[in-house]
Ligand binder design. Sequence first.
Ligand code: ME8
Length: 663
Amino acid sequence: MAEKKEKFYVTTPIYYTNGLPHIGHTYTTVVADVVRRYKKMRGFDVVMTTGTDEHGVNVERAAKKAGVPESEFVARMADAWRALWDELGLTADEFVRTTDLQHVRTVQWLFRLCKENGYVYKGHYTGQYCIFDNAFVTDAKPGDNCPDCGRPTETLTEENYFFKLSAFQKPLLDFYRKFPDFIQPESRRNEIISFVEGGLKDLSITRTTVRWGIPVPGEEPHVFYVWFDALTAYLSAVGGPEYEKRGMWPADLHLVGKDIIRFHTVYWPAFLMAAMLPLPRQVWAHGWFLMDAAKMSKSKGNVVLPRPIVSVLGMDALRYFLLREVVFGQDGNFSYEALVTRYNGDLANGLGNLASRTAAMIEKNFEGRVPKPAEREPQDDALAKETRDAIGEVLERYDKMEFARALETIWGVIAAADKYLTTEQPWALGNSEAEQSRKATVLWTTAELLRIVTALSHPVLPDSTAKVWALLGQKTSVTVVELDGLRWGQLAAATPLGKSQALFPRIEKSEAVERIEAMANEELNPTPEPGAKPAASATGHGSGAVTAHAAGPANKIGIEDFAKVEMRVGQVKTAERIVGADKLLKLTVDIGSEIRQICAGIAQYYEPDSLIGRKVVVVTNLAPRKLRGVESNGMIVAASVGPDGRPVLAGFHEDVEIGARLK
Ligand code: ME8
């Protein structure tokens, strides 16, 4: 009988439904997904949970603004979150909603246990409350602003149920001491210990002023307050009161941002201690992704969205960047430029290039079959040793959540392979028996190295490594590779290579950034279609775009969708360069009914004068937008040719009338 696998339960926070995911939420969920894939490859039975936090005043308000009942509002938002995670390949094993019946039961059950054990009592509370963060602000006076979001607090008095948090100061400190790994990273642990040492006040866990919440049984109008409700979702996701049946509780890893560490490392273990339930093993708080040195927020308008990045560079590029650019636990700055630099440097020129070169040489010299290595030379052994050593090192770094360093080690091996190929020059070897043998050894060594780095980077780059794996002719899926069994020397000679597939086509930086920015702009401020219903979100966060894109890029569209794009024949009247934008030309184009100003990214390939009088294809019903400060009202259609994406203008061999529509 197969041995029972050890379990591993990892969670993301359950996100608020008053907005849609940005890069910050995507970050936590990507990390959870990486851990999930990694742990599976280490032989664990893994469950990953994410979900939506759907109660509270903010939702009440947003639903009211949208003119729909709360239940409908949150259902739409939860669908949008789920759809986006699916689209990004971040499908969790469990998606928990705090409006799920199972969750409602679990919260009520946890409350009952806490109450039966004497840790809950009724009292009155007056305090300053921040409705945006759903929290009373400790030590605030009337008129004070919330220290977190800077918005005014409101004075609130109400009858509440209180949780005796004060009783848990010593048990919590003992617990932190006994399990020094519980709070990570170390700096956060120290912060929390001093906070708890400073004394804990009892915590109000119900509200009578809020309607949209889980009722306290028999105690209406009391409903549970956000954190007692939200944190319990981790337990309801894996069985709730019947958690023992599923065998996943306690959580092995709660991944959170540093903003909510206190709730997870103080309140949550205290609730569980009060109920005499098993405590989670670890809470890992990562830092923030900042945009222009400020925390992203919809209200500041500085959010970065995942979808435009994924459309232009692919999800693996985003995953790689998030994990490689910033030390896990610290804050980091997000920049599109840095993202594209990493893409071109590490993915296109690094892994992508190594894979395509190796496969092409094997194809050419060994009829597409992995060659049998002959006698080894010291440099072959040195490269093998470096790769072998990297395996252990990478696993250790993943285990410590040192993702950037794990990737650094893997990319160190890729760089060593590049250097090896440059020195060995297998392409320069001839066809004599000795030279063929040498070629075989060099190419086998490179292919074997590629196989190992592919397996090691799979948790971070699931899509592209699956392609490289297939290219190397590996029959079983890379997802089921057991990392503990990964050894140098397992690549069998004579294995037929699979088909070559594009991995990371190089992209010109400014073009990529412009495309991402334009798409993000459209997603944040969608152009309403004539006669269209308002977007699903009442909060103006562009959730309509979620539905619009939900079909996914791979799906076919109907003719009615194509018909939405209006393309007409235009004739260029004037063309000039734009100061400060080397790639753009400003054109005026006659489209029959009017003359339009249009910016086109063709300045490096077309002389302005050569365009005058030329007939081009213009997309005429695009919303106007500004490129480098210049208004552009339409788009000129061009083919993108070659690795640099050289634009070649679409045109006609026969005479066509200006303004004619393309169908
Ligand atoms: O706090 N950088 O939900 P939330 C990195 N519902 N991570 C970020 C980020 C950024 N700029 N912005 C957000 C809540 N995050 C509660 C949680 S759990 C029982 C209840 C990530 O929608 C990070 O993980 O505000 C942060 O902790 C979380 O999103 C907050 O999500």
